[in-house]
Write a protein that binds this ligand. Structure first.
Ligand SMILES: *[C@@H]1O[C@H](CO)[C@@H](O)[C@H](O)[C@H]1NC(C)=O
Length: 232
């Protein structure tokens, strides 16, 4: 049951306060990776290392080979990452030479009708290149002409089309075509971070209280319980 929003004093206080706090959190969350201090710092395969730095410990540069900067297999889809979506990430675990360079990429395959549900990457922008099929993608941010409202910037992309998601903004992709879709996505951080709106709000442990979520979503607690049960 969806109940209409109540215009009482609590809401009048809560809404601007929530917006202000959200604005602060998101402005601090936007960041770019620091510039490296050397041409490369290939990640050492040293699981016993007790040295902690911002990234991985560097391999001895004298032992670095061309293979440290390369990987293969992106001609094949990756592992399940949601209903009808698979992901093959290329980060420092696959290319040790990516360490400290502030960039990663991924191949994403989507069955017809399947979405990558709304999520954000706190530390990176994302360039989406569609190679096969038809994807709708978009991000949401404050409407420049009315910052108390939100605006969706979305497009339908076909093979060869590119769309960019600014850092930290909530976005989604969805295969809106009749056949499989494939995209290659590049992100400008070694560790972009992932905030999945639905599962983080409804599937955290411990859980956010029904009371808070029912007020946030302006529905009764039974509706919150129903949604929560899908993320258990
Ligand atoms: C993918 O590329 C690899 C070489 O990296 C090759 O061995 C393999 O056969 C290719 N697979 C497909 C399905 O094209």
């Amino acid at each position: 049951m969806i109940t209409p929003p109540k215009k009482n004093k609590t809401m009048a206080f809560l809404l601007p306060t929530t917006l202000a706090i959200t604005g602060l959190v998101f402005s601090f969350a936007h960041a770019f990776d620091p510039s490296p201090l050397q041409d490369f710092c290939v990640a050492a395969n040293d699981p016993k290392s007790t040295v902690f730095v911002n990234g991985r410990v560097c391999k001895d540069p004298k032992l670095v080979t061309p293979d440290d900067f390369s990987t293969s297999g992106l001609n094949v889809s990756g592992d399940p990452a949601g209903v009808g979506v698979t992901l093959k990430s290329v980060g420092v675990d696959r290319i040790a030479g990516l360490n400290t360079l502030g960039i990663v990429m991924a191949r994403v395959d989507y069955e017809s009708g399947s979405p990558a549900t709304p999520h954000s990457h706190p530390r990176s922008s994302e360039l989406i290149l569609v190679l096969e099929g038809t994807l709708e993608t978009g991000f949401i941010t404050a409407d420049p002409s009315n910052p108390t409202k939100n605006r969706l910037y979305a497009k339908t992309l076909n093979a060869g089309d590119v769309f960019v998601i600014p850092p930290g903004l909530l976005h989604y992709q969805a295969n809106v075509g009749k056949v499989k879709a494939v995209s290659f996505n590049s992100l400008n951080s070694q560790n972009p971070g992932l905030v999945t709106a639905t599962s983080q709000l409804f599937g955290s442990a411990p859980a956010i209280s029904d009371d808070i979520l029912s007020k946030a979503f302006r529905v009764d607690k039974e509706t919150i319980e129903l949604i929560r049960s899908k993320f258990a």
